[in-house]
Design a protein around this ligand. Structure first.
Ligand SMILES: Nc1nc2c(c(=O)[nH]1)N[C@H]1C(S)=C(S)[C@@H](COP(=O)(O)OP(=O)(O)OC[C@H]3O[C@@H](n4cnc5c(=O)[nH]c(N)nc54)[C@H](O)[C@@H]3O)O[C@H]1N2
Ligand SMILES: Nc1nc2c(c(=O)[nH]1)N[C@H]1C(S)=C(S)[C@@H](COP(=O)(O)OP(=O)(O)OC[C@H]3O[C@@H](n4cnc5c(=O)[nH]c(N)nc54)[C@H](O)[C@@H]3O)O[C@H]1N2
Ligand code: SF4
Ligand SMILES: [Mo]
Length: 885
């Protein structure tokens, strides 16, 4: 019988409800859960493609020690004894855990309990340090607690939504859709996007402010000063519920409009218009994400934003408030369990003796950590210099995602004992592990996650555990038991862990702490299995209800008041004569982080199939770089080679490269190798969006594009990037010298069996070579070479892998790299859900479909998840503009 299981999407912090359907044959399909309050049935391209990422290719199925298969007992005993031995010899601070906002709350709770309560060190930090820590620090400075005051609904109820440092359309697509739908219903609603790049999110904006990198503090200070000067401040709120207004206002008023304009790169008119709009609109929500957090002044940026909301009393009321968008599915849950090195469980403070004592008593902890531990960047420094001698990495891939990634890789390689818990056997990090532990992945494990609006939802099992994979919390609890803490880690299920976490949140709380879900402190297995999404807080004896914070004050500083924070930083311009460009890094629509899951989906890989750099055309001209050339980007720390994409969406002097590509998918795409380990002094969050670099054109002598049924191996080329395709793989190539034996090269790279000879084709005009290998009617591999970036129709070439080539004519068409008569090239994929290419969309536009809706009716493009609607609109505008010229 087919089964349907309600669960939650494992990607972004929107936390959409998903219904997974497993049919009689075990095939899985997914759809949005219409009853889930985050998405009401919607899913984005990544959520819709979840079923395509569940195959077992590359999965780690058994524990491994030193590369050989081992049993769980042997592996866990080794981990426990090496950690215990290291602690005995060098003290508790000689070991560390580096975990992840992609752990479930239960996993996270156990990891934190083991390190902070029983090992006795706070050396547990998480990739949330790279993601949310500036927001956490900003909240705590302002509110006295890490509280997100509002809810998603506020984005729909607001009359002005300011999105700053957020590419909502690509990174929180379902929330973006909710916003876009609200704006379509109420066209008077205004959206302002503040981002140095003109992203797809800017498409629905009434105003796009392309500010200079890291000039957010002067911008929001200018706004604060304007609000105060224009009388938009709420004096009653300020005097009843806040402190520090006068000092913060004095600092914010230091600059006049001309100076603000010089610092932000925005015109005085733009500044005035934005300030006026904010001043005159009561219902304002300001959403912010990594353009704010990932900065050397990220915490100050957060407080500069919060200051404006406190000053106007626009917080915690319907349609009003600052709103930190969380990145990972459980970024928020990790904060609740105190997963950061400077936090304690249940929103308690590791620097307060009374809080430490409370947790110590609740856990019966023998060795509660007495001080904060090392934050991620410092933690890997301590690994590098030998202070940390045993490290456990769980659900994160730091060799790709940490700044100064080459140094992080070297540190991990040099560390005497490294444990990695992952779902894949080969990642850039896993390859350096002494012990590899196979974890359960999405659909295989039970637990809870908390989304950006404080809503706790269940992730549920609908698949069998593959091989010997086990839950992350179980791995940590087993090691805890083996280190001698059997009673504290006796949990038999995720439900028991959750109940303990809920009980701690209510322990001696009495309303003093924001995070309280003690209504669930005695939850049993059956109720846990049934648990409906609910928003925190939910103290004991209360029913679930929607809740906002701080409309009537009630902050968590000892005096109950919020603090205005005085911030007065000027943007630090890092670019210099030697490294004249500002490198900005971030995300693309269809990939997730280091691609370990989205890289498995051909549909998702079709949108953007290789690492790229966005360059303004005038910068490209100065660098003598043409569209599709390869560019080497270099900082004082490292290098990457990526494809040039010329676009006026990019500001002059700035480059944008996505963070996703790594050694599994490209020769040199790890952009964090270039990012220096500069961090925010308050939060410790790295500044991943403002890196001084130079760029040069890669002088390649031959370029190639290839498709292959087998995954290419040991590719010998100056540049390569592979991506999953239907029926095989696609490959972009460049060579510093032409090869003497191209056929031999193909045989090695594409594992072509001996005896299969290629069809060769030399283009008469250019003299360029194409090779195609067939095994009876099936295409094994084809290579298209040129002295310039190859112009072959990519999606058409890829589609040949699944086509049947019974007649010689079609085989020659493949070798020639041209669609035969009657076959059309769909062009680069725009809509991943329905695999619709740009050429199909332009053809429909020529046929008279002049709106996104008309394109949707003709081709279905943009009608499922809607993530590509902004791109379709861009194509329509481009075609109509071209036709008008
Ligand atoms: N498709 C996809 N979605 C994801 C993820 C993914 O990997 N792929 N990851 C998830 C995670 S963990 C996170 S943290 C979120 C991140 O979500 P976002 O923060 O929205 O994504 P980013 O692309 O990292 O950065 C956002 C924007 O900040 C801008 N920016 C750069 N410098 C500045 C500046 O100085 N000031 C301002 N105001 N803006 C600046 C960048 O140009 C960029 O467009 O996405 C989540 N969603
Ligand atoms: N330059 C630059 N660097 C950045 C950023 C940026 O914008 N620019 N963004 C930063 C941000 S915001 C983030 S959140 C990080 C993300 O960076 P990472 O956390 O390093 O990225 P992921 O690819 O999500 O890594 C998750 C790992 O866990 C594995 N995994 C998946 N499911 C499970 C599971 O259930 N259990 C276990 N044990 N493992 C599992 C995956 O295979 C993968 O190896 O990158 C940061 N780095
Ligand atoms: S917006 Fe997309 S990626 Fe984020 S939770 Fe929803 S379906 Fe998943
Ligand atoms: Mo993140």
């Amino acid at each position: 019988m087919a089964r349907e299981v309600k669960t939650t999407c494992p990607y972004c912090g929107v936390g959409c409800g998903v219904i997974a359907r497993v049919d009689d044959e075990g095939a899985v399909s997914v759809k949005g859960d219409p009853e889930h309050p985050a998405n009401f049935g919607r899913l984005c391209s990544k959520g819709s493609a979840l079923a395509e990422t569940l195959d077992l290719h590359g999965r780690l199925l058994h524990p491994e020690i030193g590369g050989r298969r081992a049993g769980w007992d042997e592996a866990l005993d080794l981990v426990a004894s090496r950690f215990a031995q290291t602690i005995a010899e060098h003290g508790p601070d000689s070991v560390a855990f580096y975990v992840s906002g992609q752990l479930l709350t239960e996993d996270y709770y156990i990891a934190n309990k083991l390190m902070k309560g029983f090992i006795g060190s706070a050396n547990i930090d998480t990739n949330s340090r790279l993601c949310m820590s500036s927001s956490v620090a900003g909240h705590r400075r302002a509110f006295g607690s890490d509280t997100v005051p509002g809810a998603y609904e506020d984005l729909e109820l607001a009359d002005l939504v300011v999105l700053t440092g957020s590419n909502l359309a690509w990174c929180h697509p379902v929330l973006y859709q909710r916003l876009a739908a609200a704006k379509a219903n109420r066209p008077e609603m205004k959206v302002v996007v503040i981002d140095p790049r003109r992203t797809m999110t800017a498409d629905i904006a009434d105003m796009h402010l392309a500010l200079a990198p890291d000039s957010d503090v002067p911008l929001f200070n200018g706004l604060f000063a304007h609000l105060a000067a224009s009388g938009a401040v709420d004096q009653n709120y300020i005097s009843a519920h806040t402190k520090g207004f006068a000092e913060a206002f004095a600092a914010a008023s230091a600059l006049d409009l001309a100076e603000l304009s010089a610092l932000t790169g925005l015109s005085q008119t733009q500044l005035r218009d934005f300030f006026r709009l904010f001043e005159t609109t009561e219902k304002v929500v300001t959403c912010y994400s990594q353009g704010v957090n990932q900065s050397a002044c990220g915490t100050d940026k957060v407080n500069a934003i919060i200051n404006c909301h406190l000053a106007t009393g626009r917080i915690g009321r319907r349609g009003m408030g600052p709103f930190s968008l969380t990145g990972q599915p459980n970024a928020m849950g990790g904060r609740e369990v105190g997963g950061l090195a400077n936090m304690l469980a249940a929103h308690l403070d590791i620097e307060k003796a009374a809080d430490r004592d409370l947790v110590r008593r609740f856990w019966g902890a023998p060795a509660l950590a007495g001080k904060p531990g090392l934050k991620a960047v410092d933690m890997f420094r301590a690994v590098a210099d030998g202070r940390i001698k045993a490290l456990w990495i769980m659900a994160t891939n730091p060799v790709v995602s940490m700044p100064d990634a080459n140094a992080v890789e070297a540190a991990i390689k040099a560390c005497p004992f490294v444990v990695v818990s992952d779902i894949l056997s080969e990642t850039d990090t896993a390859r350096h592990a002494h012990v590899l532990l196979p974890s359960l992945g999405w659909g295989e494990k039970d637990g809870t996650v908390t989304n950006s609006e404080r809503r706790i939802s269940r992730q549920r099992v609908f698949l069998h555990a593959p091989g010997e994979a086990r839950a992350d919390w179980w791995q940590m609890a087993e090691v805890g038991r083996r280190m001698g803490f059997a009673q504290a880690f006796a949990h038999a299920s995720a439900a028991e862990v959750f109940a303990e976490h809920a009980a701690l949140s209510g322990f001696e709380n009495d309303g003093r702490r924001d995070f309280d879900i003690s209504a669930h402190a005695t939850i049993d297995k059956a109720s846990y299995d049934d648990l409906k999404p609910f928003q925190w807080p939910q103290p004991q004896g209360t029913r679930p209800r929607e809740r906002r914070f701080f409309a009537e004050g009630g902050f968590y500083h000892a005096d109950g008041r919020a603090s205005f924070i005085t911030v007065d930083v000027s943007p630090s311009k890092r670019a210099n004569d030697a490294y004249p460009f500002t490198l900005n890094t971030g995300r693309v629509r269809d990939h997730w982080h280091t691609m370990t899951r989205t890289g498995k989906s051909a549909r998702l890989s079709a949108h953007i199939a290789e690492p790229f750099v966005e360059i303004h055309p005038r910068d490209a001209e100065r660098l003598a770089v043409a569209d599709a050339d390869l560019v080497t980007i270099e900082s004082a720390y490292g290098q990457a080679t990526v494809r040039a994409l010329l676009t006026e969406r990019q500001a002059e002097g700035s480059l944008f490269v996505p963070m996703h590509w790594n050694d599994q998918f490209a020769s040199k795409g790890r952009i964090d190798a270039l990012v220096p380990p500069i961090t925010d002094p308050v939060s410790g969050q790295p500044a991943s969006k403002n890196v001084a670099v130079k760029a040069t054109r890669l002088d390649a002598r031959a370029y190639g594009f290839a498709v292959s049924a087998e995954k290419p191996q040991g590719i010998d080329a100056a540049y390569w990037a592979i991506a999953k395709a239907d029926g095989g793989w696609r490959l972009e190539l460049a060579f510093s010298e032409p090869q003497a034996d191209w056929i031999g090269w193909c045989r090695r790279a594409f594992s072509i069996p001996a005896g299969i000879e290629p069809i060769g084709y030399t283009d008469r005009q250019s003299g360029e070579l194409r090779l195609a290998f067939f095994d009876s009617d099936r295409l094994l591999a084809a290579l298209f070479l040129a002295s310039r970036p190859v112009a072959v129709a990519r999606n058409w070439a890829v589609s040949q892998l699944l086509a049947s080539h019974t007649d010689l004519g079609t085989r020659f068409a493949v070798a020639a790299g041209r669609p035969g008569a009657g076959r059309e090239d769909p062009g680069a994929t725009v809509c991943s859900c329905f695999s619709v290419g740009v050429n199909q969309i332009t053809a429909a536009i020529r046929d008279g479909c002049h709106s996104v809706q008309a394109i949707g009716e003709r081709l279905s493009a943009g009608t499922n998840c809607g993530s590509c609607r902004a791109e379709i609109r861009g194509i329509i505008d481009g075609c109509l503009a071209a036709a008008a010229e």
